[in-house]
Design a protein around this ligand. Sequence first.
Ligand SMILES: Cc1cc2nc3c(=O)[nH]c(=O)nc-3n(C[C@H](O)[C@H](O)[C@H](O)COP(=O)(O)OP(=O)(O)OC[C@H]3O[C@@H](n4cnc5c(N)ncnc54)[C@H](O)[C@@H]3O)c2cc1C
Length: 496
Amino acid sequence: MPDVLLVGGGIMSAHLGAMLKRLDPRLVIEVHEAAPDLAGESSDGWNNAGTGHAGLCELNYTPPPAVAGAPVDVAKAVEIFARFEQSRQFWSYAVANGLATRPAEWIRAVPHLSFVRGESSVAFLRARHAALVAHPFFRGMEFTTARNVLHGWAPLLVEGRAIEAIAATKAGAGTDVNFGELARRLLAWLGAQEGCRVFTGHRVTRLRRAERGWEIVVRETKSGESRPVRARFVFIGAGGGSIPLLRGAGLLVAHGLGAFPIAGQWLVCENPAVVARHFAKAYGPPPRDSGALGGPHLDVRHLHGKRVLLFGPFATWTTRFLHRAGRITDLPLSIRPDNLGALLRTGVHNQALVRFLVREACQGMDARLRALRAFYPEARAADWRLVDAGIRVQALKRADAGRLYFGTEVVTAPDGSLAALLGASPGASVSANIALQVIQACFPEKLRDGEGHARMKTMLPSFDTDLGQPSAAAAHMQRAAEVDEVLQLPRADGGL
Ligand SMILES: Cc1cc2nc3c(=O)[nH]c(=O)nc-3n(C[C@H](O)[C@H](O)[C@H](O)COP(=O)(O)OP(=O)(O)OC[C@H]3O[C@@H](n4cnc5c(N)ncnc54)[C@H](O)[C@@H]3O)c2cc1C
């Protein structure tokens, strides 16, 4: 009987499995992935933006103040940076200890830019920059309104642009991460450890309380045969498949839980002449009415040894909960009397967002290219094609009374025998922190004894420190270069 059963072979299960095994090498751990391969859903490189979310460029983490001239609140950006630092710490541990080698194949240094147009947005970006550089995390961030400086940072954003007020910030310590590749490496390491197995083509179809832990029904996709597996602890890291499983497990926390999928699409450019001229991730402001979904961005990506440009994401309509294995019946079949109210209330409370999603989903290629040209004025239609990205499945809780929260949330059974993950943002970037939260909630005894505490300290040196506090942040930043060195992340400009 496994001590730990992880449902889903994505980035979240990969982090939790690897961290738990290093914390307690005696643990027997099984991973059950429904697809024939690992990390092919949201974690796959093509299905997400690969941004190492650290609050450097994403304008949705620092909304404009309600009163003009008031200071910009950067608390969320500081929090995200601190959580991303835990991922970087764990990744450098993983490289140094052979859990995920050759980091250049899954993480790259890519400057993170925020880019705005128009006088009021320029004033906001200036104020945001002033608030951010006051914190040790963001001290090296640069701000410019000068076209020649911006041309040096990102020529495509400037060439062919009409005269208008523009501004940008640049953080040299940004990253582009292939989360799918990283997940596959961590899972390959886990599967090779004593007492651990990683199954693909094995779908978890049911979870039921057992005397000590859970009885899980697993169906082998190829043969169609089902078999029961018992485990003391279950983590539902099934991405879009998590909410139906969680509801089926009969936990109180899942009562009345609804799910709403939002699919994404990218414009992709593979023309080497264009790709060679953009070497950043450039984020714009979130469109009006888009809630906390985030703004469009023009990114260089490094995927499987190739450089490409992505622009988007564009939201689009779907009733599937998974990109590859989802069914059009996923949404209709998820609606039950106990969650219908949450679904309807969310629609009523978020009419502007619903209108935005309908507009986005209905737009044609011309409108998408217009959005692209706001970033890259000389973009040629012939260089770009539309591809599907992953699906975010938004959890709708009764208690939220129709309000939408776009964060990533860990929910647990009261006895700590099960944990699940809801939500998508900031997602994969904070997977080490998510794994830590699960361990703190469900395996507190493993951190209490001296040996466990020391092991966790080696994996995540900041796990018991509030890094957001300026003094801790300043001390931490002095050691950030050590992590960069292990991850082979050169900082060309020597700072952020
Ligand atoms: C358009 C888009 C852009 C994004 N951009 C970023 C970004 O730039 N940076 C970032 O940090 N995050 C980003 N994210 C979020 C990030 O992709 C996700 O948070 C992360 O990949 C989730 O990982 P996961 O392991 O929970 O899920 P997944 O990667 O979806 O893995 C879940 C796995 O579970 C399997 N599964 C499902 N049901 C079952 C079952 N019943 N039994 C067994 N297996 C099952 C699936 O096949 C899948 O392999 C983005 C997401 C989207 C959609």
